[in-house]
Design a protein around this ligand. Structure first.
Ligand code: ZN
Ligand code: ZN
Length: 361
């Protein structure tokens, strides 16, 4: 990324934070949170703390960083090294990323490309560019299909929380991550003191990873086929699915049980939920790879992740794009681009520039 591009991005982010600082959501107990940020062209700076929301906002506007984060944990001493912080508890958080959910669309927008000659091809990525021997890197895009799948898995987590953990609907806040997925923040004090092990058990449960093998479950069902959903938790999900779908189903019962699990499990990122010292992108802040906002979602059904989080302006900017697959933002299709100069609205240009796949012309 050259200096002109860095300056352009910093300016675009600064304008957003200057005008839109009211959208940045800071926690009420701000003094006990750890903050961090990544400046454009720099590395992560952590272990910061602020006494007031005004102080935090002033720093965010001043720095206009590529990404800004806040801990879900509360600490006695948020600026000290992790072992000395005095951990007081942390909200339970789930991360759902379209990249982790198997969908057929990936072959269309997940590619490798050559940093040297801009050649590209299907994954898996070759060790070296097949054309020039340069270094090949992976690119993960998104489309309606995988973003919908991520939304579906977010709904599943919300279902598990409500039905199996007794979490009140208004205790779960849903956010679009600003890139490829959703974050669910659970504001329910029962979870706050849970350690990594307990959080790992919860993620395992929603991912359906500790269940008996499908053939064992099928054997139990064969003895007494359910006419409707029975029991609680996963039993209710599997029996409900089997009762609903066994009529016209041609495959084996074992296969049907497998489908019931696949159709109900939520592929959350286990490493995110179990890390109790993590810092998370601040709601209302801009994602460093897209320029889109991490946005609170009121209704998943009505939320359009290719429109609502696009908060940067439309002022045209000329960009020399080295490589970028087709993408869609604000009802408009862009690309694919390869070694060409294009004029783009700022919100589209930023998603190319932030990933180092183009420079401001
Ligand atoms: Zn090459
Ligand atoms: Zn897709």
């Amino acid at each position: 990324m050259n200096e002109r591009t860095t300056a352009f991005l910093r300016q675009a982010y600064k304008e957003y934070y200057f005008k839109g600082s009211g959208s940045v959501a800071l926690p009420d107990d701000i003094e006990s949170r750890e903050f961090g940020y990544i400046p454009f062209g720099g590395g992560m700076i952590r272990h910061l703390s602020f006494r007031t929301k005004g102080e935090a906002l002033a720093e965010i506007i001043k720095q206009s960083p590529s990404s800004v984060y806040c801990s879900n944990a509360r600490y006695e001493f948020p600026t000290r090294p992790i072992d000395e912080k005095g951990w007081l508890g942390a909200e339970l958080i789930f991360d759902i990323d379209a990249t982790d959910i198997p969908t057929g669309c990936k072959k269309g927008h997940d590619l490798w490309y050559c940093e040297k000659c801009h050649a590209s091809g299907k994954l898996p990525r070759p060790a070296k560019c097949t054309k020039c021997g340069g270094s090949a890197v992976e690119f993960h895009g998104t489309c309606e299909e995988c973003l919908d799948a991520a939304k579906d898995h977010a709904r599943r987590v919300i279902g598990f929380l409500a039905e199996d953990f007794g979490v009140a609907a208004d205790a779960v806040r849903t956010y679009f991550s600003g890139n490829r997925g959703y974050h669910l923040h659970v504001f329910d004090g029962r979870f706050d003191r849970l350690d990594q092990q307990a959080r790992a058990e919860i993620t395992g449960y929603v991912r359906g990873s500790g269940l008996p093998p499908p053939q064992t479950m099928a054997a139990t069902l064969r003895r007494r086929m359910p006419g409707s959903a029975q029991g609680v938790g996963w039993t209710r999900r599997v029996t409900g699915y089997v009762a609903k779908n066994s009529g016209e189903y041609a495959g084996t019962l074992q296969r049907l049980v497998s489908d019931a699990i696949t159709g109900n499990r939520a592929l959350v990122d286990a490493s995110v939920t179990t890390d109790i010292h993590r810092v998370f992108r601040l709601a209302g802040s801009l994602h460093g790879d897209t320029g889109m906002s991490k946005l609170q979602v009121e209704s998943l059904g009505r939320f359009d992740p290719q429109v609502a989080p696009v908060v940067l302006g439309s002022k045209p900017v000329k960009v020399d794009v080295s490589f970028f697959p087709r993408f869609r933002l604000k009802h408009e299709d862009f690309g694919p681009y390869k070694s060409e100069s294009v004029e783009l609205p700022t919100f589209a240009a930023v998603s190319i520039l932030t990933r180092g796949l183009g420079e401001v012309a």
